[in-house]
Design a protein around this ligand. Structure first.
Ligand code: COA
Length: 174
């Protein structure tokens, strides 16, 4: 079984994260479908690293330190008590049920430092996998705008993980 760990992302992770962000499936599921330019991503990534009070990014790794995915939290400008969550698995790590334990553990880490924050996810209605995972984690549908669903995890909802999580179903070969 793969043991997942969550650590803050670092500047050395930037180019790999860009490659995941520019993967075809990620762009299709994103609100902005165009591919991201290298220079634009670097500037954005560095600005995020410098602003932990409003952006926090985490990398998910396995026990061999292979990089599996990311979870990012960004404060909403309209309401400082609400942060938006974003997540992506590396293309080779998809289809194995890793998103749920990765997100669950990242939320637990985030909530330890930010216990009063509510989380918001914006997901395309076509992204059934993400919707399924978020709902099973306790996110509830708030509103639907055209092809976009807003889901919210109330701050009182507890996701309390004390030890590294294992995926909830056996890994399949990718
Ligand atoms: C979306 C993403 C995070 C899902 O990751 P994953 O853990 O590999 O997803 P899986 O294929 O294992 O499926 C996750 C769950 O969705 C379920 N699922 C799969 N297809 C489904 C469908 N068509 N309808 C409903 N549920 C579905 C699976 O059965 C599984 O649920 P279970 O664990 O309860 O059995 C991953 O594919 C990814 O990174 N995609 C690109 C980036 C992205 O879309 N990010 C999210 C933007 S909001």
């Amino acid at each position: 079984m793969t043991v997942l760990r969550i650590r803050p992302w670092a500047v050395t992770d930037e180019s790999l994260i860009l490659s995941w962000a520019n993967d075809q499936q990620t762009r299709k599921n994103s609100l902005k479908p165009n591919s991201i330019k290298k220079s634009v991503h670097k500037t954005w990534f560095l600005s995020i690293l410098k602003n932990p009070k409003i952006h926090q990014g985490f990398l998910c790794v396995n026990s061999k330190k292979n990089k599996l995915g990311i979870v990012r939290f960004s404060q909403k400008t309209s309401d400082k008590m609400v942060w938006e969550i974003h997540f992506t698995l590396a293309p080779g790590s998809r289809g194995k049920g890793l998103a749920r334990p990765m997100i669950q553990q990242a939320i637990a880490v985030f909530k330890r430092k930010n216990p009063k924050i509510s989380l918001l996810a914006k997901v395309k209605t076509s992204n059934l996998r993400s919707l399924h995972v978020l709902k099973t984690l306790g996110f509830q549908k708030m509103k639907k705008k055209r092809r976009l669903l807003c889901l919210r995890l109330k701050r009182t909802k507890k996701i309390n993980i004390r030890r590294p999580l294992k995926p909830q179903r056996p890994l399949r070969a990718s």
